[in-house]
Design a protein around this ligand. Structure first.
Ligand code: ISL
Length: 579
């Protein structure tokens, strides 16, 4: 039932503007830096860019706190720069998606400044203002309206002295939640954040936290799920709420009304968790909400639902099921999935799911992860640096982290348990493995100087990952035919050449699901069948072919592999056609 569309076949390269390329030597990446590297993206084989927020912002959450939806943050450049970037990308046949952050805006946005100015302001209801629940008998301070925890730690409510009420912020204090129930507020969001960019030629949007706009009326207390915390994650009280599908239909309708040149736009919504019903509603072509969604089960694996930075062990089988969870729900429907391992909120996949302990295992496991990713059905996403086989940074003290999520959670834990507590130690260990900062270090263009070609000489806004000196950079990898970068280029090409089965394949079935080291499956497209087998270990592993048919090896991680043998080297992966 799946109809071909450009965005289903797209290879989408995500750029984090702060850390991609600094063109004016001020230590920050910028739009002209991106413009200067469009050929790099083209050469990789990507055909679409998703650029993380570059809008005006006080940068409390790296631009996910926007104070003017219609203006570029001056450090990143000017509106003219982004308009030129879009034009130049289009002339290279690269499409451009921008990030739509509309669950909240910055507390420095004029809407919020007005709203906070007094209780009778016409924009008062554009945000969630609530009276204190009472006064704390111990401290004499006003009590928050409910027990919700912010995703970044601490209460989700901030008291505002001016009008003696609290406002809701599911993320940082500087990110007040917009009230989608208010019609005027919605209209303003549509006109500013959405319409402005469509009228200026973008090909669609990555939609931030697209499942959080409809809160349960009355904002009741969340159930106690984490007794160790003073606040509780609101979960279902804010996720996929009663009016969420209505809002997405309205927004989609609005989007289509803004396009007068016949171009086909796409949207990808970040939908952390949702049941199958909700996922189908969001993405079904008939329901006209979103083109596709990012789900999180496979990236959230090994983290506790109560607290992301509480790590729990997981097996390869659980991860296989989690990976399959990102597309199995749509099989046989008119919905469409995404396939990704990394983004700006995730650590480096090689460090998380591969093995970065030696150069050999790093390269091998990065190629394995690339092979798995290109064999999965859905729109393919590659995050900057993933194509180099980038790894997490090592042994950074907490002071070196930049992320508001890391710092806020750290502060809350230190206040509650003390700096030397086991809770804080464990948190620091978890950060090393899964901190969002791992993805945010400046991009390594070469091995030279202090900045690896990211800026000319200026100190980057964020510390470099030392690995740029050990061969993990564009210049060195481009020269090496066996590099992860060159492997990715070929992998993307192979995916395009075999897009029927690789991009559109269906009837996915696991093979040897219980195997602790093998990840293998079959899938079909019309008369074609694919058999994919991956060794997720540093050992030699023997696999069995599913049946006695002919197996034609057409792609793999290891040159010169004997396709007829079921012997896999450490971190070896292979794709076969079944004849
Ligand atoms: O990143 C997460 C886990 O570390 C998530 O909880 C994340 O906060 C959530 O997926 C929402 O992410 C998006 O909105 C945030 C922003 O900080 C993220 O960078 C963005 O991807 C608030 O705008």
């Amino acid at each position: 039932e799946t109809k071909p569309k450009w965005w289903k076949e797209a290879t989408i390269y995500q750029i984090y503007p702060a850390s991609f390329k600094d063109s004016n030597n001020d230590g920050w990446g910028d739009l002209n830096g991106i413009r200067s590297k469009l050929n790099y993206v083209k050469d990789l084989g990507a055909d679409t860019l998703w650029i993380s927020p570059f809008f005006d912002s006080p940068q409390k959450d790296m631009g996910y706190d926007i104070c003017d939806y219609e203006k570029v943050w001056p450090t990143y450049g000017t509106n003219e720069d982004i308009f030129n970037l879009i034009k130049e990308a289009h002339s290279l046949e690269i499409k451009v998606l921008v990030d739509l952050v509309i669950n909240h805006c910055s507390d420095q946005h004029k809407w919020f400044k007005e709203s906070r100015s007094n209780k009778t302001n016409s924009k008062r209801d554009w945000f969630y203002w609530r009276k204190p629940k009472g006064v704390c008998p111990k401290t004499g301070k006003p009590l928050a309206p409910n027990n919700w925890r912010s995703f970044f730690g601490g209460s989700a409510w901030k008291y505002d002295n001016k009008t003696e009420e609290f406002y809701l912020h599911l993320f940082a204090v500087g990110q007040p939640d917009l009230n989608w129930e208010n019609v005027e507020c919605r209209a303003a969001i549509f006109d500013n954040a959405v319409g402005f960019w469509l009228r200026n030629g973008v090909d669609g949007f990555r939609i931030d936290t697209a499942f959080l706009y409809s809160k349960i009326p009355g904002l009741p207390d969340a159930p106690l799920t984490n007794p160790l915390d003073d606040f509780q994650l609101p979960g279902d009280l804010v996720s996929n709420g009663p009016r969420i599908h209505e809002y997405h239909k309205l927004m989609r309708h609005y989007m289509l009304s803004q396009i007068d040149d016949g171009r086909v736009i796409m949207t990808v919504g970040e939908v952390g968790s949702a049941g199958d019903d909700a996922r189908l509603k969001y993405t079904s072509e008939r329901s006209q909400e979103l083109s596709e969604i990012f789900t999180f089960r496979h990236t959230d694996i090994g983290t506790s639902e109560k607290f992301r930075y509480s790590l729990v062990p997981f097996t390869l089988k659980e991860w296989k099921l989690a990976v399959a969870d990102s597309f199995l729900w749509m099989n046989g429907t008119d919905s469409w999935p995404t396939t990704y391992f990394e983004n700006h909120d995730q650590p480096r996949s090689v460090s998380r799911f591969g093995d970065d302990s030696t150069p050999k295992s790093r390269v091998a496991s990065a190629k394995l992860l690339a092979s798995l990713l290109i064999s999965l059905t859905g729109t393919l996403y590659v995050y900057q640096g993933q194509e180099l086989g980038s790894v997490n940074f090592k042994n950074w003290p907490i002071e070196d982290y930049e992320d508001v999520e890391a710092q806020t959670n750290y502060r809350v834990l230190v206040e509650k348990f003390g700096k030397d507590s086991k809770e804080v130690k464990k948190f620091e260990e978890a950060l090393a493995l899964i901190s969002r900062d791992n993805a945010r270090t400046p991009f390594p263009w070469n091995s030279k100087g202090q900045t690896g070609g990211f800026s000319d000489s200026a100190k980057p806004w964020f510390k470099m990952n030392d690995s740029f000196r050990d061969g993990i950079n564009v210049e060195d990898e481009a020269k090496d035919p066996k590099s992860v970068l060159n492997f990715w280029k070929n992998a993307i090409k192979v995916r395009k050449e075999n897009k029927d089965i690789l991009v559109y394949g269906y009837n996915f079935e696991f093979y040897e699901l219980d195997h602790p080291k093998l990840f293998s499956f079959t899938k079909e497209y019309a008369k074609q069948t694919l058999f994919a087998v991956f060794n997720f270990s540093g050992d030699n592993v023997q696999f069995k072919f599913p049946d006695s048919n002919e197996y034609q090896l057409f792609f793999g991680t290891h040159d010169g592999a004997d396709g007829a043998s079921g012997n896999l080297k450490p971190w070896e992966g292979r794709l076969y056609f079944v004849e």
